[in-house]
Ligand binder design. Structure first.
Ligand code: PGA
Length: 228
């Protein structure tokens, strides 16, 4: 069986103490052959990756530049040296709150790839775009992955993120099949949006992995998803 990706995106949650106790509990109970990756707030990356080298580590964003006078930015190579091997780019929260477009996302993904990180490129349609989802996804994928060869695509419909609502099994399957036509067959295609311990196994059966937000903050639930 090919390994599936179980990727936790902590967003702006879990500070020093909580994240360390999360990792201690995770290490004591995690028994899985899947590829488990955690994306904590970036300030925790070095500490946590040193504490748990058996888990994969990722960041939630990176700069679209390699280095220079870009106040507040963190380069992909800095993330790599802090212990990351993956980085999420183009999450819908970045697209929405920070006005990131496909071109900026491609530049970030390019920097990630150049630094030896695997970018996890998020795409997804909004509620109002559902009727045109395939067209929207096709444009997002084309524009944000142009010229890249080693990346992961995470399909995250905006209306499913943090809402407790997921597309039907048939709809995820249909979109997954469509996404397969849009990228090289080696590119892993993940699903994200209200993944939890109950629906994970069903979703993992029809995708290459899951990107988990809220449910990745609860250690028992995250372990259950990793064992699904
Ligand atoms: P959620 O978030 O699992 O809380 O819906 C997913 C995501 O934003 O990646």
């Amino acid at each position: 069986m090919t390994k599936k990706f179980i990727i936790g995106n902590w967003k702006m949650h879990l500070g020093d103490e909580k994240s360390i106790s999360f990792i201690q509990k995770l290490l004591a109970a995690l028994k899985t052959s899947q590829t488990v990756v955690l994306c904590p707030p970036v300030v925790m990356l070095r500490t946590l990756s040193a504490l748990a080298p058996s888990v994969g580590w990722g960041a939630q964003d990176c700069a679209p530049f390699d280095e220079g006078p870009y106040t507040g930015e963190i380069s992909a190579s800095m993330l790599k040296s802090a212990g990351a091997d993956w980085v999420i780019v183009g999450h819908s929260e970045r697209r929405h709150y920070f006005h990131e477009d496909n071109d900026l996302i491609r530049r970030k993904a390019f920097q990630a790839q150049a630094a030896g990180l695997i970018p996890i490129i998020c795409v997804g349609e909004s509620e109002g775009e559902r009727a045109d989802a395939q067209e929207i996804l096709s444009i997002q994928i084309q524009k944000s992955t142009e010229g890249l060869h080693n990346f992961i695509v995470a399909y995250e419909p905006l209306w499913a993120i943090g809402t407790g609502v997921t597309p039907s099994h048939a709809d995820i399957k249909k979109i997954h099949a469509f996404l397969k036509t849009q990228v090289n067959s080696k590119i892993p295609l993940l699903y994200g949006g209200s993944v939890n311990a109950e629906n994970a196994s069903d979703i993992l059966n029809i995708t290459d992995g899951v990107l988990v937000g809220g449910a990745s903050l609860k250690v028992d639930e995250f372990i259950a998803i990793s064992h699904a």
